[in-house]
Structures are given as C-alpha cells and as structure tokens.
Design a protein around this ligand. Structure first.
Ligand code: HSE
Length: 372
C-alpha cells in the first residue's frame, strides 16, 4: 500500500523546486500525494494537475493532517510553530519532514543530508525518530563539498566566508535584486552611450541613485546590486549572526561526531540569484599530500566536481552561473596555504541553494521513508 503524503508550502520557492524534482524523478507514482493550502482551501490547482487530482485541503485542519503517513512542509517556521506541536499533541505518530529551521535543533529531530549522514538517519528511523529537518543551505552545501574531509575525520577546524545568493532570503528578494539592477542600468543607460561622460561620473550617479529614497529596497533594506551585505539573519549574544552560528551547530549535529569540530566565519549576501559560494580555510588534523586531499574530496559523493586550479576552468566552471539549476557541487581553488603551514588548506565551492541547499535533501528523505 502506498504512503499518503501531505504537502504544505509547495507553491513557495523551495516547495516549487521540490515538486519539480519529484516530477523529474517520477516520485509521485510511488505515493498518494495530498496537497494542502493555508490560503486557497477547496480550490483546484490546474498548474499541478498531473500530480494533484483533488481540491486543496486546509493546512490548519488537524483532522485532515492526522490522516497523513508523512507530512512535508516547505511553508516556513511560522506554520511549523503553529501546527507541529498541536498535531503531535493529538497523538499523531506520522513522519514530519520540514524545510524550515524551527525544529532543527530539537533533540528528537534529525537534520537530514543523506550523502553525509545516511547511517545516522537509518539508525534514527529504527529508534523511532519521526521528525526530519533539512539543514541550513550553507551548511548542507559545505558538507556536500567537503564530505570527504569530514567523513574521514581529517578536519581540525574550519573558517569560512560565504557569498550567499538572494534566493536564500526568498523569492521577493530575488525579484528586488533584479529591480535594483534594472533601476541602476536604466538611470545611466543614455550616459553609457555617450563617450564624453566619464565612467567616474557614471559611477557617482549610480552611487547617488542607490541612495535615493525611491530605490527599491523594501526586502533587503539596502542596495544589493553593486553591493554586498555582510549580515544575514539576527544578532546572537556572542556577536555572530544567526546564519554564522548555524554552521558549527548544525554541521556538527549532522555529522554526529563525539567531539565538536570548531567552525566560524562571516556570512555575506551578494548579488547572485540562486547559488551560494563559500571560501574555506581548513586546518587538517595531519599533513596529507595534495593528491590525497583532492582524491578524498572527489571520492566522497558523485555530485562533487573538482575544478582544476587554472583561470579558464575557474571562471567558467567554479561560478554561480555554471552551477545554477544543477545538482553539481563545484569544488576548486584547492591549494595548501604553504606560507601558513602544511596542514592549512584553502577551498572554494559553489552549490545551488535551492537544490542541495534546500529541496533535494527533503525529497531524498521522503523517498527514504517511503521505502520503509
Ligand atoms: N538562510 C539562508 C540564506 C537560506 O539566507 O541564504 C536558507 O538556508
């Protein structure tokens, strides 16, 4: 008998990518899919008519939710906080898979990234765990890229700088980034054609325009086009942002090691659309040959794609442009920081924030549970 799986938040940006991936992988033929809505209850959904043959159910109706064997929520933290505990309190023993962060650090929840922690996931299912949560995007993308080093216990500590795309903040932010780009371009369009106007004058204009009160910045609260924002999420008591705090906390929870691997750095929003890039300085536990290190990273999983350390490969293959919309995890600029020491390694990586960074671990978790 097929599992009945309820989907909530499938119209949002992560939910849409999840649906798309499930259609590509023909996952819907293996489940009875039930679609819920928080706002359009009772309506039909022509845009997903292939997979949804019923009217949308009420995402706040606990009786309807209780009928599900598995619930997949991409609706966000507010929804999870409102519904999850109420539903559990009814005695519902189904599996809850969540893309939002609210349940991640709960003791009874596992953060899922099966190429890294499949055994731990399996064990937890055997032990009765019912709640599985996708990790923060930078965390999942880091672990996918450096899984070979982590899983072979080679890492003493890591520092990072991230280059995070607008998609991590949400679809409205992606739209605003484009609006900002258009606003800037349109305001100097004629000047660019006039060879008598110097680039310094044009730059000055651009700078002034981005400070205009009319400049579109309702979402980011600052210009992102032509700019970077070295702040993501709220302030933590230790002066990290929450995004920075998540890296060590979540990554170690996923790795489930005996001792904590220290990880710290700065998270930065940049004007790309849906790929997060990250630069790492890694201190290895012992001195290993360059070949050994690269081999270890490469062998860990089939999505890692090692990019040769040369100009052409780097600018064509180790970029958000090259990776967007794919499951590839580009790993390049791998080199030892010899002026610091033999055990210090520098690595740059790019991954799609919406695929391995969000929807894919959720999709795979659903399929793992569905096989049970
Ligand atoms: N918090 C991340 C970001 C996205 O803002 O880019 C999701 O994990």
């Amino acid at each position: 008998m097929k599992n009945t799986v309820g989907f909530i938040g499938w119209r949002g940006i992560v939910g849409s990518v999840l649906l798309q991936r499930m259609i590509e992988e023909r996952n819907f033929s293996k489940i009875n899919a039930v679609f819920f809505s928080t706002s359009q209850i009772g309506t039909v959904c022509p845009n997903i008519s292939d997979v949804c043959t019923h009217n949308l159910r009420d995402a706040y109706n606990l009786k309807e939710l209780q009928k599900m064997d598995i619930i997949v929520s991409c609706q966000g933290t507010e929804y999870t906080n409102t519904v999850y505990y109420k539903l559990r309190n009814t005695g519902w023993l189904g599996y809850w898979i969540d893309a939002s962060s609210s349940l991640r650090m709960n003791d009874d929840a596992i953060i899922v990234l099966d190429p890294i922690n499949y055994k731990y996931i399996e064990q937890s299912i055997q032990n009765g765990t019912k709640t599985f949560v996708g990790g923060n995007c930078t965390v999942s993308l880091m672990l996918m890229a450096l899984g070979g080093l982590f899983c072979n216990n080679m890492v003493e500590y890591i520092t990072f700088s991230t280059y995070q795309a607008a998609s991590g903040a949400g679809s409205k932010h992606m739209i605003e980034l484009l609006q900002q780009m258009g606003y800037l371009y349109n305001s100097v369009y004629h000047d660019l054609k006039n060879s008598k106007i110097s680039i310094l004058d044009i730059e000055k204009r651009i700078s002034n325009i981005s400070k205009n009160s009319e400049f579109p910045k309702q979402q980011f609260l600052a210009p992102l086009a032509g700019n970077i924002l070295p702040w993501i999420d709220s302030l933590m008591p230790n002066m990290q942002t929450k995004e920075e705090w998540k890296v060590q906390s979540e990554a170690n929870k996923i790795l489930n090691c005996n001792s904590i691997i220290p990880m710290d750095g700065t998270c930065v929003r940049v004007s790309t659309f849906r790929c997060h890039s990250q630069s790492f300085i890694i201190k290895l536990k012992k001195h290993l040959s360059y070949f050994n290190i690269v081999d270890c990273i490469q062998q860990h999983n089939s999505w890692v794609n090692i990019i040769p350390n040369d100009f052409d490969s780097t600018i064509n293959l180790l970029t958000p442009n090259a990776i967007t919309g794919t499951l590839n995890i580009a790993v390049g600029r791998i080199r030892k920081l010899l002026s610091i020491g033999q055990k210090f390694l520098s690595v740059f990586t790019v991954g799609d924030q919406l695929l391995w960074g969000a929807a894919e671990p959720i999709r795979r978790m659903l399929m793992i549970l569905n096989k049970k």
